[in-house]
Design a protein around this ligand. Structure first.
Ligand code: ADP
Length: 482
């Protein structure tokens, strides 16, 4: 089974969110499961610079308005799968993240930039660029790579099957419909049954309409996006395609996120010996300038600061927690109002609240290890990775019962002895509901035996990529043999 993954991010070279973690870990797990896996990625500076032992596969000339497009094949990591990297200096040799410049503004030519990714992925997949290696499955991730499914579906030679994974339906890749001719597709595809979406052109639809199969990154999110509450206006289309929509849960990179072997922690620990966790907490409190109180419940947040993540609820609930002696450590960046509000809270309560704006991989590990509980109050959450890290680090997740959060955290009120509790869940996206869940967590924390049992159950939960890789293989096999 040969699989080609097409995506815009791959950790640690280019990352804005969980998508990058998935593209780093899933292909490796699939390779361990015996699949022949390759990636195709845009030649952003971080990716092109990391590519080793590379060979030139093709000079593609001018494609999608980029004058000089070269395709390389090489290795990004010592033991990782090989990657095709598209060198197109006009589109990809830029500072910033894959979607926006250093000033945060999206690149005006994003349509062409990601159409190029989709075009190259599709032509690789049908065997036109590298006939030595033709995949059985082209697996495209998020709107950035979605056009690959459209180009394959509209190609006369079509043996490869396509899978489109939605990592987040809220980011849809909407563009001016007047630019449709840039894509080089027959005009009939700019229709409601094609790419058109309320007068615009939707790259998300390029995957949803044309892929042979659609997956989400948790089973519950697959059901949720068929409803108006979570469907972002695409619920009708998702319902129509329901027979080919399914959810496969993301996993954790168990080597990178392992409290017993994490070089980014001041002390290491395991479920059997939790002493190191207390040291991690003390070091974190010291590093962040919080008062060093072993018995003060320390709540952690590592997140993009956006409306999706429900962090406004945290700000509303915070005054009551501060009165109860709780501490809060936040690492994140995003929405300027949220950044300002958290910064203000930290300024007013430096002993109890610390906020670090920005992206910091080392602090993310230290914060997740050193906190007692991890807050993930998302309004919607396709899968969520931080609650999985929290579980592994015995940092009890307090989560809203949506999407992947609901699929991975077992609430402490549960009575099923076969499924021991691993965290605290709440229903409504309100400060009261979040506050009530945190109150439950704090009262459990005050009884060390119960808290320890919770930590140990959390640390025993397993979300390995190997299980997900197995599920994807079953799906690919069904599609290939259909
Ligand atoms: P999303 O993809 O919606 O941002 P996920 O929970 O799926 O949310 O993945 C977020 C990933 O990004 C996790 O690996 C998390 O640790 C990481 N992350 C988020 N914000 C930061 C930050 N400020 N610094 C370091 N890592 C971060």
């Amino acid at each position: 089974m040969r699989v080609l993954h097409a995506a815009a991010e791959c950790f640690p070279w280019v990352k804005t969110g969980g998508l990058a973690d998935v593209l780093a870990a899933l292909p490796q797990a699939q390779a361990r499961a015996g699949l022949d896996v390759r990636l195709v990625l845009p030649g952003l500076p971080g990716i092109l610079g990391a590519l080793r032992s590379r060979e030139r596969i093709a000079d593609l000339g001018a494609v999608m308005g980029a004058a000089r497009v070269t395709l390389w094949l090489g290795s990004l990591a010592d033991h990782g799968p090989r990657a095709y990297v598209i060198e197109a200096p006009l589109y990809y040799d830029r500072e910033g993240n894959p979607y926006a410049g250093p000033d945060g503004r999206e690149w005006p030519d994003n349509l062409q930039r990601f159409a190029l990714l989709g075009w190259v992925a599709a032509h690789l997949a049908v065997g036109e660029i590298d006939p030595q290696w033709c995949p059985d499955i082209l697996h495209a991730h998020d709107w950035h790579a979605a056009l690959a499914c459209t180009y394959v579906a509209t190609h006369p030679v079509r043996r490869v099957r396509t899978v489109f994974t939605i990592h987040n339906l809220a980011y849809q890749g909407l563009f001016d419909a007047a630019d449709f001719p840039l894509l080089g597709l027959p005009a009939r595809h700019l229709a409601t049954a094609g790419l058109e979406f309320h007068g615009q052109m939707s790259m998300m639809k390029a995957g949803l309409v044309y892929a042979d199969h659609i997956t989400t990154v948790s089973p519950r999110y697959a059901r949720e996006i068929a409803t108006p509450e979570f469907g972002c206006g695409l619920e009708g289309l998702i319902q129509a395609r329901q027979a080919v929509v399914s959810g496969i849960l993301n996993g954790v990179d168990e080597q990178l996120w392992d409290p017993a072997n994490d070089p980014l922690l001041p002390a290491r620990y395991s479920a059997g010996d939790l002493r190191g966790k207390a040291q991690c907490k003390a070091s974190l409190q010291q590093a962040l300038g919080l008062s060093i109180e072993p018995r003060a419940p320390l709540l952690g947040i590592v997140s993009r600061l956006t409306a999706q993540k429900g962090l406004d609820l945290v700000l509303e609930a915070l005054p009551a927690w501060l009165q109860a002696g709780v501490q809060l450590a936040v690492l994140g960046s995003g929405n300027p109002e949220l950044e300002a509000a958290f910064t203000e809270a930290a300024r007013n309560h430096p002993d109890q609240v610390h906020v670090r704006l920005g992206y910091d991989e080392a602090l993310a590990h230290a914060l997740i290890a050193g906190s007692d509980a991890l807050l993930v109050p998302s309004r919607f959450e396709p899968c969520g990775l931080t609650q999985l890290y929290g579980l592994r680090y015995g940092t009890i997740p307090v989560v809203r019962r949506v999407g992947g959060l609901a699929d991975t955290v077992i609430d402490a009120s549960g009575q099923d002895p076969a499924r021991p509790a691993t965290g605290f869940c709440f229903e409504q996206a309100s400060p009261q509901a979040l506050g009530a869940a945190v109150d439950r967590a704090i009262s459990c924390y005050r009884s060390p035996k119960a808290w320890r049992a919770l930590m140990q159950a959390a640390m025993a939960s397993s979300f390995s990529w190997d299980a997900s890789a197995h599920d994807y293989r079953d799906l690919y096999t069904r599609l290939r043999d259909a």
